[in-house]
Design a protein around this ligand. Structure first.
Ligand code: BYC
Ligand code: FE
Ligand code: FE
Length: 482
C-alpha cells in the first residue's frame, strides 16, 4: 500500500493526508469540527439524527474496498479527508504551463482564482444538504430514506474536502472562507448560497430524484474538470469525490425510472393508454408522465445555469492558468492550449438562434455544458425505454438550452422547450404547460406520505431493482425507534 492510500483513524478526522503530524491544520480543523456539527444538527436532515442508518463510509482510496457498510447515527459519521493517490511525476495537462510539473503549493499569482473555485465548489455541498433536509419526513420507503441520507453525509464530506484545502493552503483567508461556508444558507435572502440552483427548494421526492440526476451531474462535470487541475491537491481531492458522486446520480436515474415504471404499470392495469388522462392517473395514486416532463424542464434548465455564461473570461483564465481543464482533457486530441481554436456556440442574433464559431478559450463553459447535455440525453433515453417496454406512447425530452434560462446568452429572451423564441407575454401564457404548476406541487405534496415498514414502497414508486450491499428486500435500512 502506498503512503497516501493509508487512512489514519487516530485523529478525530480520518484522513490520508498525514494530519497527525500537521499540527497547525489539524488544530484549525478541530476547531471547525464542532461548528460543522452544529451546522449539521440544525441544517442537516430534520429528525432521524438518533436513528441508526445503514450507511457506507469511505475507509480507503483504493479502487476496491474503499467503502464499508454499517449502521451509523448520522452525527457520528466519520467524515474523512481523503485524497486519491498521488500520481508520480504528474504534469500539467493544458494551458500556459502545459508539460510543467504540477503544483503542490498554491501558485501565488493564482491564489485568488483558485480560492474562488474552491469556495464555489465548497458552497454547493452544504447547500444541497440544506435543500434536502425535510425529505426524511416523507420518504416513500426506508430504502429511499437511507439513500437520501447517504447522499447528504457524502455531500457533507465534500464540504470537508474543500474546507481542508482552504485551511491547509489559504491561511487566514481560508479559515474565514471555511466559516462563511457554514454561515450562508440555501434560500436565505440575506446570506444565500452562491449559485442559483442551490437556492431552490427540494420540496418533494420527485424534485430530489431530478436534482440528483441533473444537478449532481453538473457536480460530476465540474469535478471532472477540477480533477484535471495543475494544483495537485485539488485534483486528488476531486478525483476521490467522483467515486462517491456515481451513486448520487444513480439515485436520480433509478429513482425516476422507478416512478415511470410504477406509472406505466398502473396505467396498464387500468387500461389507460393515453398519458394525458391526468385526473384518472392521479386518482390511482400515480404520477402522470406530463408532470414528470415539466419537472425535467425545470431541473434541466436550472442546472444549465450552473455552467455560467457561454462566453466567459473567467473560464478562459481558469484554463490558461492550468487550474480547471476540460472534461476528459487528456483524451482530447488537440494542442490543449486552444490559443487559435474555435468552438461553435449558440447565440441569439437578429432574433434567431444561430450557431457561431467563437474563440474556444472563452467558450469553455459552453463546451462543458455540451458534454453535460449529451450525458443527460443518454439518461433520458434510458428512461424512455421504460415507456417503450410498457407499450405507452410517451417520450421524455430535454428542453432546448434556450428554455427558461437565468444566466448567459438566453437569460434575456424567452423560448419554448422546443427552442422557439417567444414574446414574454406569450411565454407567460404557456408557462403552465412548460414548468411545474402549483397544482402539480399540491398533488405531489398529497402523495408524500412516509412509509416506514421495511420492504414497503409508496403508491407512486416501484421497488428498486436491487438492494444496497446485497441486503434482503425487507432490510431495515433505517432503524426508527417505534
Ligand atoms: N448563479 O464568467 P461567468 C456540485 C456568476 S455542483 C449565480 O459566466 P464562470 C454539487 C459568476 O460567479 C458543481 N451566479 O461564470 C451538485 C460570475 O460572478 P463574478 C459546483 C453565477 O465563472 C449537487 C458571473 O456570474 N462546482 O458540486 O465562468 C449537490 C459571470 O459568470 C452563476 C463548480 O461550479 C449561477 N448559476 O462560471 C452537491 C465549479 N453562474 O465573477 C454539489 C467551480 C455564474 O462576476 N465553479 N455566475 O462575481 C466554476 O467553475 C465557475 O465559478 C462556474 C461559473 C462554472 C460556476
Ligand atoms: Fe458533492
Ligand atoms: Fe453529489
Amino acid at each position: 500500500m502506498s503512503e497516501s492510500s493509508h487512512v489514519a483513524y487516530d485523529t478525530i478526522i480520518p484522513n490520508n493526508v498525514g494530519l497527525a503530524s500537521d499540527r497547525k491544520v489539524l488544530k484549525a480543523l478541530e476547531k471547525w469540527h464542532p461548528e460543522f456539527l452544529s451546522w449539521w444538527k440544525s441544517m442537516g436532515p430534520d429528525g432521524f439524527q438518533e436513528s441508526p442508518v445503514y450507511l457506507r463510509t469511505a475507509i480507503s482510496v483504493e479502487r476496491e474496498g474503499w467503502a464499508q457498510f454499517g449502521y451509523v447515527k448520522m452525527p457520528e459519521y466519520r467524515w474523512g479527508i481523503l485524497l486519491a493517490p498521488q500520481v508520480e511525476n504528474r504534469t500539467i495537462g493544458f494551458g500556459e504551463y502545459q508539460g510543467e510539473p504540477v503544483w503542490h503549493e498554491v501558485p501565488g499569482e493564482y491564489r485568488a482564482l483558485l480560492r474562488r473555485l474552491i469556495v464555489i465548489q465548497g458552497d454547493t455541498e452544504p447547500a444541497s444538504v440544506e435543500q434536502q433536509r425535510f425529505l426524511g419526513k416523507t420518504a416513500p420507503s426506508l430504502y429511499d430514506m437511507r439513500n437520501a441520507f447517504q447522499v447528504n453525509v457524502e455531500e457533507a464530506r465534500h464540504l470537508w474536502a474543500m474546507v481542508y484545502l482552504l485551511q491547509k493552503y489559504f491561511g487566514r483567508d481560508g479559515r474565514e472562507e471555511a466559516q462563511e461556508l457554514l454561515r450562508r444558507r440555501s434560500g436565505d435572502p440575506d446570506a444565500p448560497r452562491l449559485l442559483g440552483a442551490f437556492n431552490e427548494e427540494t420540496p418533494d421526492w420527485l424534485s430530489f430524484f431530478m436534482f440528483t440526476f441533473f444537478t449532481d451531474r453538473d457536480g460530476k462535470m465540474q469535478l471532472e474538470s477540477l480533477a484535471q487541475s495543475g494544483f495537485d491537491p485539488l485534483s486528488r481531492t476531486t478525483r476521490f469525490m467522483l467515486t462517491e458522486e456515481a451513486h448520487h446520480m444513480y439515485v436520480g436515474q433509478s429513482g425516476i425510472a422507478r416512478v415511470l415504471q410504477n406509472t406505466c404499470q398502473i396505467m396498464a392495469k387500468n387500461q389507460i393508454d393515453d398519458p394525458f388522462r391526468i385526473d384518472e392517473i392521479r386518482e390511482l395514486g400515480a404520477i402522470d408522465l406530463p408532470l414528470i416532463q415539466r419537472k425535467v424542464n425545470f431541473h434541466f434548465s436550472v442546472s444549465l445555469d450552473l455552467f455560467g455564461s457561454e462566453i466567459s473570461t473567467n473560464a478562459a483564465n481558469f484554463f490558461d492558468a492550468g487550474l480547471k481543464g476540460r472534461y476528459k482533457e487528456l483524451d482530447i486530441d488537440d494542442d490543449h492550449r486552444l490559443v487559435d481554436a474555435l468552438y461553435p456556440v449558440l447565440k441569439v442574433i437578429d432574433g434567431r438562434i444561430q450557431s457561431i464559431d467563437s474563440p474556444a478559450l472563452p467558450a469553455l463553459n459552453t463546451r462543458l455544458r455540451d458534454d453535460y447535455v449529451r450525458e443527460c440525453a443518454r439518461g433520458i433515453e434510458r428512461w424512455n425505454l421504460v415507456m417503450a417496454k410498457a407499450g405507452i406512447e410517451f417520450k421524455l425530452k430535454l428542453p432546448h438550452i434556450a428554455f427558461n434560462r437565468a444566466i448567459g446568452e438566453f437569460s434575456s429572451v424567452e423560448a419554448s422547450p422546443e427552442g422557439h423564441l417567444m414574446q414574454q407575454k406569450e411565454w407567460q401564457q404557456q408557462r403552465d404547460h412548460y414548468l411545474p404548476t402549483t397544482d402539480d406541487a399540491d398533488f405531489l405534496q398529497s402523495l408524500m406520505q412516509p412509509l416506514h415498514q421495511p420492504g414497503q414502497y409508496a403508491s407512486w414508486i416501484a421497488p428498486p431493482a436491487r438492494s444496497i450491499d446485497n441486503q434482503p428486500d425487507d432490510f431495515e435500512y433505517v432503524r426508527i425507534p417505534g
